[in-house]
Design a protein around this ligand. Sequence first.
Ligand SMILES: Nc1ncnc2c1ncn2[C@@H]1O[C@H](COP(=O)(O)OP(=O)(O)OP(=O)(O)O)[C@@H](O)[C@H]1O
Ligand SMILES: N[C@@H](CCO)C(=O)O
Length: 309
Amino acid sequence: MTTVDIRVPATSANLGPGFDALGLALSLHDEVRATLTGERGAHVTVEGEGAGEVDTGEGHLVVKAMRMAFDRMKVPQPEGIRLHCLNRIPHARGLGSSSAAVCAGILAARALAESELSGELSESLSDDDVYALATEMEGHPDNVAPCLAGGLTVSWSDHDGLPHMVKLAPDQRIRPVALVPSTRLSTEAARGLLPKDVPHKDASFNAGRAALLIAALTQRPERGLLLAATEDRLHQHYRAPAMRASADLVERLRAVGVPAVVSGAGPTVLAFSTSDTQDLIAPEVGNDWHIQLMDVDPVGANVQFPETR
Ligand SMILES: Nc1ncnc2c1ncn2[C@@H]1O[C@H](COP(=O)(O)OP(=O)(O)OP(=O)(O)O)[C@@H](O)[C@H]1O
Ligand SMILES: N[C@@H](CCO)C(=O)O
């Protein structure tokens, strides 16, 4: 029986103007220990976030991702899968929990197939295949890319629908701060609030801001540039009615000069803290928010066999 350990980071997508394109890996991780067993079916134990809530059998998202990956590798589905999940990423808050679960499942399946089912494995998954399958399951690449690669990522899909990414290193003077509420909003519900079409002037506004954001995050982490670069007209205000407190907090923080955005599909708020803004955040945040000072995870998902630690 082989066991593999997977560690996957939380991620913040969009970063303001980069809807479905920009993402940042954060220093908050879920850990999954996966084992193929002779038992029938999937057996999942969960500690931390989602314990007592998520399915603990075949309907668990990590198990579903593993099954998809075994199918793609054309190996017979293993009879039994045992998982232990230590979850730190809160669910449905805009910190990429589903992307982390999907990436963990695919990476676990690949590692287990290569070590335990190698006799039946004619072709494993490449890193690009892992990225493509995780994006297919998620529906968009912006959380998956930083989850797999770490750092700051720009992701896009080509004309065949295949996702690609460029990984960048944000300037180390920038600290991401997550302001996490106890309320939840599913990505599906938040995407349902977006219009089918947007005005051309809003699209061009966001194109300029997204380009500026890459420059500001990697080379010019000045408060004024970060503030301008994190403006958005494509998603945040359409979704505000579903997360009024988040929209209000973003507005309060920006009014005192802190570059703040809705993290992913919300309702978490992400602030980019620099030496001149770090003391401005806490006074604007009430007791309803958990303030989490983060680092950028420069590495992304990690796979280890316990024996080799
Ligand atoms: N570690 C996990 N184990 C099992 N299911 C999970 C796990 N993480 C997320 N999920 C499932 O995914 C849902 C949350 O996914 P959703 O895409 O709505 O939000 P998110 O990924 O946390 O946020 P965002 O995509 O905005 O960053 C949870 O309600 C749960 O059903
Ligand atoms: N780009 C996605 C990220 C959340 O998964 C959205 O905002 O819907």
